[in-house]
Design a protein around this ligand. Structure first.
Ligand code: C2E
Ligand code: CA
Ligand code: CA
Length: 534
């Protein structure tokens, strides 16, 4: 261990350190604790200054991040990893996938992934030999950037690991939204006696990850007892001092030839690995998570066209229970409430979820019947995942949301629009909106049908004078009218002869203002002037 360099020394020395290989890469193996074989490794940055000695990432990475140098440093590490993998391929040595760390500051550079690809293709390294590690803290600035990064990496074929899970930013919802391929659970963040509270949290996370069908690697594992404990709860992948500290490239190459490796992760066993006992125990942490970390959720068994609900959480009762008792819900088959059409939608979704192993969603209407509320018709959105299968029985995990109110509101809006349309047919009214700021006119359905107007008339009213709908001799008066509305008049009306037939119409305008009293748009209507009414 050397003397710590100051921030200024780090910044001034950075370029030279890259040039002279003072910044280099160490490798730490990831092991399968059930077989003792290597499944991969992580590349970790090191900086050995000739004068001050070894510097550690916890000291220099924040400095590089704050000064926008991490991008260059990370691409450098990535290039060294690609060179190493190329060398292994050329020597015909079986290598393992090596993961590289991505900083939140890397993905802000829009060409970061292009650069990765440029380097990877330069050394012609298969994408499966490179894994990306992203940290959850990248989601801090919002999900968009990290989601986009993840999607782009996936589209290119990269395996993506969620680093530092359990560090505090973690929430299972982030996991649900980010479709990562592996979770790295850092034991150091969840320290404590493995048999105690830390242990139960760890085992619950492992359990949840199984429902999501995402493998877990435990990192920072220092003792055999910890590694054995992880294996006992179904997490067999281990990275930590118990197997090896990060080693230099040369030492790592030696390890590759000495320890046998295995490629590819076995896909998770489904229901057989689920610790049923804990799951049904009302005092277990699994129950706590099921009840608190997710929205409305249910576990149910599907067999031969029938569903049994195995378990629901409180939020499920709230979403679709309609005051039913838990017992009422558990005893009823939710499929009984479907008509044929909705039953088909639901069953097709279950089939797809079973075939693909991925989450599938549907929206279905169903009748629910409760002693207190009587019969109700509700619309439910379900996100469904198969978590187990035995013979011809399937176990599904469903997250549900009651969307009846949204659906009704939507129906009401289209209903009121329909009423308006009918009414305007009867009283011969044409209606439109005119938006001051954009000079756009949005005609009603009748205007479009009878007058051949498009959905949006740009630069209004020029086109309606050009096409003869409005007569030229009224041009000045009509422009003046719109101008006065824009200046803040609340209402104006006039009689204007329209179309080639010069049929007199009563044109009315009402202005709508924003909260500061600035005119936003004007609602216009045109009604035939009725002779007998005059
Ligand atoms: P990380 O990504 O969580 O990396 C794992 C860290 O845990 C490494 O520290 C590793 O040496 C350490 N470690 C592994 N096993 C054990 C163990 O059993 N016990 C203990 N106490 N520690 C263990 P390191 O190399 O000091 O790196 C620290 C952090 O610096 C990394 O945490 C990562 O966030 C960052 N980092 C390292 N290299 C890079 C890089 O190339 N690029 C970027 N952006 N960040 C890097
Ligand atoms: Ca990492
Ligand atoms: Ca980590």
């Amino acid at each position: 261990m050397g003397k710590r360099m100051t921030e200024l020394e780090l910044l001034n020395g950075f370029d030279e350190a890259i040039e002279n290989d003072h910044i280099f890469v160490c490798y730490q193996p990831k092991m399968n604790h059930a077989t003792g074989r290597m499944i991969g490794a992580e590349a970790l940055m090191r900086w050995n200054n000739p004068e001050y000695g070894m510097q550690y990432p916890s000291d220099f990475i924040p400095v590089l991040e704050q000064n926008d140098l991490i991008y260059k440093a990370d691409l450098y590490v990535f290039e060294r990893v690609c060179m190493f993998q190329r060398e292994m391929l050329d020597k015909d040595l079986t290598s393992v996938p090596i993961s590289f760390n991505m900083s939140r500051h890397d993905i802000i550079h829009s060409d970061y992934i292009d650069e990765l690809e440029r380097i990877r293709t330069k050394y012609n390294v298969p994408v499966k030999l490179l894994h990306a590690e992203i940290t959850e803290s990248s989601a801090l600035g919002g999900m968009e950037l990290i989601t986009e990064t993840l999607n782009r990496l996936h589209a290119l074929g990269y395996f993506v690991e969620m680093d530092d899970f359990g560090s505090g930013y973690s929430s299972l919802n982030v996991l649900k939204d980010l479709n990562v391929d592996m979770i790295k659970l850092d034991m150091r963040f969840l320290s404590g006696n493995v048999g105690g509270r830390g242990g139960t949290i760890i085992s619950s996370i492992v359990q949840m990850s199984k429902w999501l069908n995402t493998p877990v690697v435990a990192e920072g594992v220092e003792t055999v007892a910890q590694a054995d404990y992880m294996r006992s709860i179904g997490c067999i992948y281990i990275q930590g001092y118990v197997y090896s500290k990060p080693v230099t490239e040369g030492e790592f190459e030696k390890m590759l030839t000495e320890i046998s490796s295995e490629s590819g992760l076995k896909s998770m066993q489904l229901i057989s690995t689920m610790d049923a006992e804990r799951f049904w125990d009302p005092n277990s942490l699994e129950t706590l998570i099921f009840n608190n970390y997710v929205g409305g959720a249910a576990l149910f068994r599907y067999h031969d066209g029938k569903c049994d609900i195995l378990r629901i959480n409180q939020k499920y009762m709230k979403e679709i229970g309609m005051n039913m008792s838990e017992k009422e819900i558990l005893c009823s088959d939710p499929m009984d409430g479907f008509d044929d059409e909705n039953r088909k939608i639901f069953e097709d979704t279950l089939k797809l979820a079973a075939e693909t192993g991925e989450e599938q969603s549907c929206e279905t209407w169903r009748n629910v019947c409760s002693k207190i509320c009587g019969s109700y018709r509700i619309c439910v959105r379900s996100d469904i995942r198969m978590i187990g299968k035995a013979d011809d029985q399937y176990i599904f995990y469903a997250m549900v949301r009651n969307i009846t109110a949204e659906k009704r509101r939507f129906a009401e809006i289209s209903d009121s629009e329909r009423k308006f349309r009918m009414a305007s047919e009867q009283i011969n009214v044409y209606a439109w909106e005119y938006i001051f700021s954009t000079k756009e006119m949005h005609p009603c359905y009748r205007c479009m049908r009878d007058l051949g107007l498009p959905l949006v008339v740009e630069n209004y009213p020029d086109p309606v004078f050009a096409n003869g709908l409005f007569p030229q001799d009224y041009k000045e008066m009509y422009y003046d009218m719109l101008h006065r509305l824009e200046q803040g008049e609340e209402q104006l009306d006039a009689i204007i002869p329209l179309t080639v037939g010069r049929v007199p119409f009563h044109i009315r305008y009402t202005t709508e203002f924003d909260e500061n009293g600035k005119p936003l748009k004007a609602y216009g209507s045109a009604a035939l002037v009725q002779k007998d009414n005059d």
